[in-house]
Design a protein around this ligand. Structure first.
Ligand code: ZN
Length: 311
């Protein structure tokens, strides 16, 4: 079995109000809440996972909602945009929908030959919806208001902003197996051919740009996907060989993880497909129960009383 990075696994960001976050992602964007758990380091706050029906890697966006957190600032050493893939011809639907829900957005534009539309979530996190030029056959999560003609497929790309892209580019190409595919002005598009979707990382080189501040409305880290733990440890060795610090393997209940900070300042994670979100809930039930890791189960009633109500 070839040991490769299979594109993006998940993206984790920071939010303010939990209920606002829940309503925006499940209702306005029509994603499925596939897991409702707590921050393993701070069990009095939620950890939400949104994705497709199964929570397939490449569709998973996760949030730590911290009520009252100060707003972050977009800048270098950050993931500054999250790109979702949507069906061809669906941007008019999304324009009307974002308008209806008072979402801040820009009129559609084009890059690398694809039409896209930019918007901000309630905490100011920046997104793009892209009508992908290559067919995206990933099955979508459908809601009463968003049919398969318009629904989000999963990730299209992420954008990292950096003062100088060389060292970040080297991690992408030499460790993670990405290749430089195209450049437009100061945006360089790196793609892995190991997968056909969630396969793109854009590096935007902005020499004069200020360092960003990771807080509310910003991305905390991006996780790259591997098939299993054997592949995970193979990439751990590669990161170590490149002279970078990396954590030991960590059990995240739904996947196994390693974390390392790439030289451009962004926190990268590598995460496995196994065991997945159906390890502690059936497919039908995903996201409906508050799931606690074993060490907090004895505190369930206290934790449930502290966590904000979502309905
Ligand atoms: Zn993560």
């Amino acid at each position: 079995m070839k040991k490769e990075i299979l594109g993006i696994h998940h993206i984790t960001a920071i939010a303010g109000n939990a209920k606002k976050n829940f309503n925006f992602y499940t209702q306005v964007l029509g994603l499925r809440l596939v897991k409702k758990t707590v921050n393993f380091d701070d069990p009095n706050t939620y950890h939400f996972y949104y994705g497709d029906e199964h929570g397939t890697p490449g569709t998973i966006l996760t949030f730590f909602p911290w009520e009252g957190i100060q707003a972050g600032r977009r800048g270098t050493r950050q993931v500054t945009e999250i790109g979702y893939s949507v069906p061809a011809g669906s941007l008019d639907f999304w324009l009307k929908r974002l308008e209806k829900y008072n979402v801040i957005y820009n009129k559609p534009a084009e890059k690398f030959g694809e039409r896209y539309l930019t918007f901000l979530d309630p905490d100011g996190l920046k997104f793009e919806l892209t009508e992908s030029a290559t067919a995206d056959d990933r099955p979508q999560w459908i809601t009463d208001e968003i049919s398969a003609e318009n629904a989000i497929h999963g990730f299209h790309h992420i954008t990292i902003t950096t003062n100088k892209m060389e060292l970040t580019a080297k991690v992408l190409t030499d460790i993670l197996g990405y290749k430089l595919a195209q450049t437009e002005v100061n945006r360089s598009r790196f793609v892995t051919d190991a997968v056909s979707q969630a396969a793109i990382v854009d590096l935007v080189e902005a020499p004069g740009e200020q360092v960003g501040h990771v807080a509310g409305g910003s991305v905390h880290h991006v996780a790259f996907r591997v098939k299993d733990e054997e592949t995970l440890m193979y990439f751990r060795d590669k990161v170590v060989e490149a002279g970078l610090n990396i954590t030991e393997k960590i059990d995240r209940n739904y996947f196994y993880s390693l974390y390392f900070r790439e030289p451009g300042g962004v926190l990268f994670e590598i995460a496995t497909d196994n065991p997945g979100f159906e390890v502690d809930e059936s497919l039908e039930e995903l996201g409906t129960n508050l799931k606690l890791p074993a060490q907090y189960e004895s505190n369930r009633s206290v934790i449930e009383a502290i966590l904000p109500k979502l309905d």
